[in-house]
Design a protein around this ligand. Sequence first.
Ligand SMILES: Nc1ncnc2c1ncn2[C@@H]1O[C@H](COP(=O)(O)OP(=O)(O)OP(=O)(O)O)[C@@H](O)[C@H]1O
Ligand SMILES: [Mg+2]
Length: 455
Amino acid sequence: MSSGGIREVMAKFERIGSHTHIKGLGLDENLKAVKIKDGMVGQEKAREAAGLVVQMIKQGKLSGRIIILAGPPGTGKTALAVAISRELGPNVPFIQMSGSEIYSTVKKKTEILLEAMRKCIGVEIHEEREVYEGEVVNMTVNTVPHPYNPYQKIPESVRLTLKTTEEEKTIEAGSNVANQLLSAGVSEGYVIQIDAETGRVSPLGLCLESSKGKAYDVDTRKKVPRPSGKVKKTKEFVYTMTLADLDELNARRGGGLFSLFFGGVESGEIGPEVRAEVDRQVKELVDQGRAFIHPGVLFIDDSHLLDLEAFSFLGRAVESELVPIIILATNRGLTRIRGTDIEAPLGFPLDLLDRSVIIATSPYDRDSIKEILKIRAKEEKVKLTPEALERLAEIGDRTSLRYSVQLLSLASQNSRSAGREEVGLEDVERVSGLFLDVSQAVEHLKKYEEKLLKH
Ligand SMILES: Nc1ncnc2c1ncn2[C@@H]1O[C@H](COP(=O)(O)OP(=O)(O)OP(=O)(O)O)[C@@H](O)[C@H]1O
Ligand SMILES: [Mg+2]
């Protein structure tokens, strides 16, 4: 059976490009930061704090909390979030979005946030189903003439003999099963599973013990052993999905979590009723011990772009039962809360701050900048002379880390187009002369203020 899997796990790192060197938080077994590890440099306190957060998330102790990453631009907030998602691994849903994504002409802000939150909650569902399972040792499809085109034959029913290590059993099924078998290319020698209730067919692979399974030395088809036990049996299936997946399935089927993995008709939209119904059914399954919740992480980068409405929605949402951990990153200080005239720290409402823990990041010293540049150079497969590295670190220290990381790529482009293998001082000098950093840009604009258009 194909499980839905957790889709969109880390699927959307728009700006992953500059964070590819981040492999984790770089902590030792006592959760202490190692100065340079996993692509991470310095920022020890923030990394250790993030390590505790990861540990608590893994132990399921942190759902419905808000964590704020606060610090000046280019101090590694996004990098930290990327590291957290790496540490959590692929089984914990981690969704990244930017604060700006809530502004859409089609959907309400709260709808976008709610959808994102539901994508971050994993639900592991255990379901017991009656199935017929075995190696196909005989398959006879009965065909009848097509009702509109008598020259064409269509499958009407199928007679199957299935074999397990214990028994052989012959079953008959209608056109639905016959069609599925034919379109999946099933023939003698395959191991299949048929859901007793819905008739859904799942080919599992070629039987190792069958003559077909032994025929070729090189055969890319999947091979499986002949199933043991009886042909008809009860099997447990485990699906890992997200609440958003379940919303979608439920909307399509129009109710009923049961057998929703076994086909259905398309209809309906995801509205509050659908979500409430999914929540109710999931809670019921959890109470019965047939489902487990795995809260993941919703990371909203540049969350100073959120507005009061969004903040109060988040504040309310974290009080409910099925919520992920929410990580907000911002580089703003004391500023207006968007959508109001109220000034507040980080531009966040005070009641939201009250519910949050804050991890602060601070600017890097020149040595750390140098180390980060070295890692980036390695990541981008750029060779740097010591003088070029020194100069880039000095520029980074004077302007910003991000600017120097960008100059590194530009300088490497420059050396490549000049046919040189290694980035030298001259390449760094040339590109830093061609491009402006922010303060140079401001000066430039001031100088030509009179001549620049205003409207
Ligand atoms: N401690 C670190 N170790 C290694 N690389 C880092 C570290 N901190 C930042 N970087 C890298 O430096 C660059 C800038 O950092 P990042 O984008 O994370 O900053 P930010 O705090 O999110 O800035 P902004 O507020 O502008 O969004 C990125 O390429 C990032 O991967
Ligand atoms: Mg950032």
